[in-house]
Ligand binder design. Structure first.
Ligand code: NAD
Length: 296
């Protein structure tokens, strides 16, 4: 079998288009644009690229973008004060503090200071709790993007065996919660899991979020399974260049799976698209304008 390629880039482009239409409708109804604030501390090159790209995408979706760039030696109290100001600002619907933060700042304390109703990254414990008990909140962008791709591909996920490899707070754990809510039978594998190949072999859905290049082999995949590769790993390529690979051996898995996300072009583009979606949902909720469940 040769797997169907799940085109995350196309799905994300479509989602961004839908967000743009709803952002225009929001502006009409609310008399202001939906607003997303991004806070960057320091000069980490990768974080700078992400923040620039988030700002550009926010504007392209017809939303207001507020960027706060603070020096690397910013005191924790000063960062918390910026977050508090954004919490109180009615033009700001969503707040994202770009991680990682410099070592002298307690990330959990910063996340805990964000108003949960503006926490469009879904990292606040209140939103983690809401997800766990099935209340409306904000779900971390990457796993929500993975779920959208899975539902688009498979429709009803009820009763399917799902294995999530990785148990981070950002990807693995919320992914598992989302799949439980879809009535999958969920196994969470991690660095201490025994016989990982056997665990993966029984899965109809495999979500790999490990951070180890091409660790998941084709022989581990159940024929016809759907494979979502969250990993983004830079490895040495030809002629001294580097290239991106996922956590799954793509060629091996694509020969067995029913469908698979490529890297790049699979899960990666979904993250920013879902961030915009979350910011727009925040705007509707904060403005008290109804938005029917499942609209976006
Ligand atoms: P993390 O380092 O926080 O967590 C990795 C998890 O993998 C841990 O729970 C660990 O137990 C597990 N693990 C480590 N070695 C293992 C092994 N040998 N067998 C089984 N499990 C093992 O990473 P993360 O933040 O969850 O990110 C995971 C990957 O996803 C990374 O490659 C990251 O770059 C990528 N990522 C991509 C996006 C995106 O937008 N596409 C977003 C977030 C993360």
């Amino acid at each position: 079998m040769t797997a169907a390629v799940i085109d995350g880039k196309a799905f994300a482009a479509n989602l961004r288009g839908e967000v743009g239409k709803l952002a225009a409708a929001f502006e009409q109804q609310a008399g202001r644009k939906a607003g997303l604030a991004v806070v960057l501390v320091g000069e980490d090159p990768a974080s700078q690229v992400y923040v620039r790209s988030k700002g550009k995408s926010t504007l392209e979706a017809g939303m207001a973008s507020f960027e706060h760039k603070l020096p690397a030696d910013t005191a924790e109290a000063d960062l918390l004060a910026v977050v508090e100001r954004l919490n109180a600002d009615p033009a700001v619907d969503g707040i994202l503090v770009q991680l990682p933060l410099p070592g002298h700042i307690d990330e959990q304390k910063v996340i805990a200071t964000i108003n949960p109703d503006k926490d469009v990254d879904g990292f606040h414990v209140t939103n983690a709790g809401r997800l766990a008990v099935g209340q409306p909140g904000f779900v971390p962008c990457t796993p929500l993007g993975c779920l959208m791709l899975l539902k688009d591909r498979l429709g009803d996920l009820s009763g399917l065996d799902a294995v999530v490899i990785g148990r981070s707070n950002i990807v693995g754990k919320p992914m598992a919660q989302l799949l439980i809510a879809e009535s999958c039978t969920v196994t969470v594998a991690h660095s201490r899991t025994r016989n990982l190949p056997d665990v993966v072999k029984r899965a109809d859905i495999v979500v790999a979020a490990v951070g180890r290049p091409e660790m998941v082999k084709g022989e581990w995949i159940k024929p016809g399974a759907t494979v979502i590769d969250v990993g983004i790993n830079r490895v040495a390529g030809a002629e001294g260049k580097t290239r991106l690979v996922g956590d799954v051996d793509y060629a091996g898995a694509a020969a067995v799976a029913g469908a698979i996300t490529p890297v790049p072009g699979g899960v990666g583009p979904m993250t920013i698209a879902v961030l915009l979606r979350n910011a727009l949902v925040a705007a509707y909720r904060n403005a008290g304008i109804p938005l029917a469940d499942g609209t976006i």
